[in-house]
Design a protein. Structure first.
Ligand SMILES: [Zn+2]
Length: 102
């Protein structure tokens, strides 16, 4: 038996998502990304970040919301980890930044 083929136009694979790449420029992707970010504050975090969800529920920031395929891409694009949902990554980023300063 072969797996049933989903009807055209109905599967998530048919939907294209806009992700931000390592160069900070948006591109169309079949996957929805694993990390969310805010274009203005240059912070990235989990998709279910309480801080981000609160902002979205308040009606702000949605237009500035961006998505990345993974954390490495977000970092290369110049974003920093969110202190709320990624405390470990945030601490590491903070320590690294302090070390880089003269
Ligand atoms: Zn967060």
């Amino acid at each position: 038996m072969t797996a049933p083929v989903p009807p055209p136009g109905d599967g998530p694979e048919r939907r294209l998502h806009t992700l931000v790449g390592r160069d900070g420029l948006p591109y169309r992707s079949l996957s929805s990304g694993t990390v969310g970010g805010h274009r203005r504050t240059r912070v990235y975090g989990r998709l279910d970040c309480p801080s981000a969800l609160r902002a979205i529920a308040g009606g702000h920031c949605v237009t500035h919301r961006v998505f990345f395929a993974d954390e490495a891409t977000a970092v290369e694009a110049g974003y920093r980890p969110c202190a709320v949902c990624l405390p470990t990554e945030y601490a590491r980023w903070k320590a690294a930044r302090r070390a880089a300063r003269p």
